[in-house]
Design a protein around this ligand. Structure first.
Ligand SMILES: CC(C)(COP(=O)(O)OP(=O)(O)OC[C@H]1O[C@@H](n2cnc3c(N)ncnc32)[C@H](O)[C@@H]1OP(=O)(O)O)[C@@H](O)C(=O)NCCC(=O)NCCS
Length: 154
């Protein structure tokens, strides 16, 4: 099935908010998501199926040469088909010319996400105790260094 990745726009906000509620116990609100659209240092991409429905998305922010993957999710019906990898590699490719490293936090129990990040070359570099709420949980801190000379290999 053909999936299209496009920049997140206002027209996607309702669907992304709905998917956020399905995918997370502590979802971002519509207002938080709208701030991604208006922020100077934040970007979002969404994956649309042929019917125009949002089936995945990722948010990213960057300050100077450091990037942060702020959120990524794929509709449960579309998982394990390479879409998470496609979203993440598209972001990394787009930003690699200006970044030295990308970091992210992930719930310590989130085995699928940690597996995706390891698959994409991220390494665990630390743990933030009690970082998450609903439920309270530690965060695993992961980073990936990007080689500007070689270009990002994903
Ligand atoms: C994490 C998430 C985005 C992965 O999306 P996805 O489209 O299923 O991931 P992909 O199909 O691209 O998987 C790429 C690789 O990641 C790893 N992976 C992904 N899901 C996995 C799972 N459930 N178990 C083990 N490994 C997994 C595998 O190595 C996989 O490669 P393979 O299928 O060739 O073995 C998805 O599970 C999701 O939306 N989870 C809920 C939201 C979430 O927790 N987001 C992360 C917030 S930090």
């Amino acid at each position: 099935m053909e999936i299209r990745l496009v920049p997140m726009e206002g027209r996607h906000l309702d669907q992304v908010t709905a998917l956020e509620r399905i995918c997370f116990s502590d979802p971002w609100t519509r207002n938080m998501l709208a701030e991604v659209l208006s922020g100077e240092h934040t970007w979002g991409i969404v994956a649309e199926n042929p019917a125009g429905a949002v089936v995945g998305y990722a948010f990213f922010s960057a300050v100077l040469d450091e990037g942060s993957l702020d959120n990524i999710a794929v509709d449960p019906a579309y998982r394990r088909q390479g879409l998470g990898r496609h979203l993440l590699s598209t972001l990394l490719k787009a930003f690699s010319p200006q970044l030295s490293l990308v970091y992210l936090e992930v719930r310590a129990s989130n085995t699928p996400a940690i597996a995706l990040y390891e698959h994409m070359g991220f390494e665990t570099v630390g743990r933030r105790r009690g970082y998450y709420v609903r439920p309270r949980e530690d965060a695993i801190l992961m980073t990936k260094f990007l080689s500007r000379e070689a270009g990002e290999q994903t």
